[in-house]
Design a protein. Structure first.
Lengths: 246, 260
């Protein structure tokens, strides 16, 4: 049943992108998203698009999976269109707005599709280590891991609860707003209680396995910083400089 | 009035299945993978739509009672009383003596009346299962579908459930469909058993004529009650003539002849 949800999903293929260092992938997202702000010509737009297509191609994941991800956004894109039409910002501005949204979604999808959740949290905690004296980095990393772990579990839970309530005669597809709110309210009680119980159980399991968040955790992957990673980082910084200057 | 499957397919789980569930009888679904039998029950109540094929279901939605595998997912009221009363109010059933009706439902599932004002989430899983069954029974449905009803129950509760299901069938003529891998429950009370493997119906049988097929069933990965395995071995290896029985006392009586 988990196959339905693509949130935080990981696709295993043997590709160049999969082998990159997770720290680099997160840095790359930050740099590219910042440079997107400075895009204002069609030349930059095409160059960035070529980079994106190259990156998606190198990940060896089917393009249809990425396209499905964009299709989920159709209402949001429609919203941008309507807003741009109302404020009559012109076709030039509209294209750039939609381009940036699609770009962000695809580029972050590239990260979550090619990196397991544990590696993402490893990357985040390594980057946050700069703030080691101000922030409890290990605990933040643990919280993020657990939150990611809970997403598919809660989705499945909600699915089951909706099924159970439907059979008890509660109409979730009602067009009457009051009825619909009533229906959703019947979901809250079991959802809260079951997820609290699951969290409780999870904490028990972790303490049985002697998990201690005050200690620094090691990673079983080597995650070496090789020349490929440096190459991508240099490319990204060059893109940023190009976007700012041009 | 009937539930019929006609060439129903659903992805890899169910392939081209045709069957009609007999009315007023207990039909059990045993499957090598539990998700398939759960999916089949979802299809029967209309929670999932088949990819191809048709399900003919002439019952109204409120005439079918479904007891979920995980009973705590359907509770949202703060007392057992409200939980049972909810369905009655939802379907606008006019009942003269509501309180007595609710108590009656609790008595049917062998829970004491003082459970009425307990919080359903404080109960044990077995008690929750019973409350879930009570909420369904209070509605007096014509068809009752149970998904793995015995996984949370202790041995004495399972025996009481067996008696209750038989009573529902014999006295109230309900159609009962059970998806379960609890062999003792299935073989003791069912009239028909469906064996599903790889999304297809491998066998449809009545438990009584199973004797010749026990070897086939075991080979295909289905479980059979220990008592039947014993009779099967006795017949094959020791050439003792024994007839089908699921009752241990009867078996002992029949075996007395052979004991010196």
């Amino acid at each position: 049943m988990l196959n339905k949800y693509s949130v935080g999903k990981y696709y295993l293929t043997n590709s160049f992108v999969h082998l990159l260092n997770p720290i680099l992938k997160i840095l790359s997202i930050i740099i590219v998203l910042i440079s997107l702000i400075f895009i204002n010509t069609y030349l930059e737009l095409i160059l960035f698009l070529l980079y994106l297509i190259l990156a998606l191609y190198l990940s060896k994941i089917k393009m249809t999976i990425y396209l499905k991800n964009i299709l989920n956004l159709k209402i949001f894109i429609l919203f941008i269109l309507i807003v741009d039409v109302i404020f009559s910002s012109g076709i030039y501005k509209t294209i750039f707005d939609i381009y940036i949204v699609v770009y962000i979604v695809l580029y972050t999808a590239l990260l979550t599709f090619t990196t397991p959740p544990t590696e993402i949290t490893y990357g985040i905690s390594q980057i946050l280590k700069i703030f080691n004296k101000i922030l409890p980095v290990e605990q933040i990393a643990l919280t993020i891991t657990l939150a990611l772990r809970f997403i598919p579990m809660l989705m499945e839970q909600a699915d089951n609860i909706i099924k159970a309530q439907k059979l008890r005669g509660i109409d979730f597809n009602s067009k009457n707003l009051k009825m619909k709110l009533n229906a959703i309210s019947t979901m809250f009680v079991p959802m809260f209680i079951i997820s609290l119980k699951k969290a409780d159980m999870l904490s028990d399991i972790m303490s049985i396995r002697l998990y201690d968040y005050s200690k620094s955790r090691t990673n079983y992957r080597l995650n070496k910083w090789d020349y490929k990673s440096s190459l991508v980082l240099v490319l990204n910084i060059a893109m940023l400089i190009f976007a700012v200057i041009y | 009035m009937a539930i019929k499957l006609k060439n129903v397919s659903y992805l890899k789980e169910i392939k081209n299945m045709t069957y009609s569930f007999e009315e007023g009888l207990i039909t059990s679904i045993m499957s090598t993978s539990t998700s398939t039998s759960t999916l089949l029950t979802y299809l029967l109540v209309g929670l999932e739509e088949p990819v191809s094929g048709k399900i003919e279901n002439t019952y109204m939605q409120n005439e079918i009672g479904y007891v979920f595998k995980y009973p705590n997912q359907q509770f949202f009221n703060m007392s057992v009383h409200d939980e049972i009363a909810f369905g009655l109010k939802k379907y606008n059933r006019k009942i003269d003596n509501l309180e007595e009706h609710i108590k009656q439902a609790l008595r049917l599932v062998n829970l004491p009346v003082d459970y009425l004002y307990k919080n359903p989430f404080d109960l044990s899983s077995g008690e929750q299962e019973k409350v879930a069954l009570a909420t369904i029974l209070a509605l007096n449905p014509k068809v009752i579908i149970l998904d793995e009803p015995t996984i949370y129950l202790d041995a004495s509760s399972v025996n009481k459930l067996k008696k209750l299901l038989l009573k529902l069938k014999n006295e109230y003529h309900k159609t009962i469909i059970i998806a379960s891998n609890d062999v003792n429950l299935v073989y003791e009370i069912s009239d028909n058993i469906l064996f599903l493997k790889n999304g297809k119906i491998s066998y449809k049988m009545q438990p009584k004529i199973n004797m010749e097929n026990i070897d086939k069933l075991l080979k295909d990965g289905f479980s059979v009650p220990k008592i039947l395995e014993f009779i099967n071995l006795a017949v094959q290896k020791k050439k003792i003539k024994l007839k089908y029985t699921i009752d241990i006392e009867q078996l002992v009586k029949r075996l007395q002849k052979y004991v010196k």
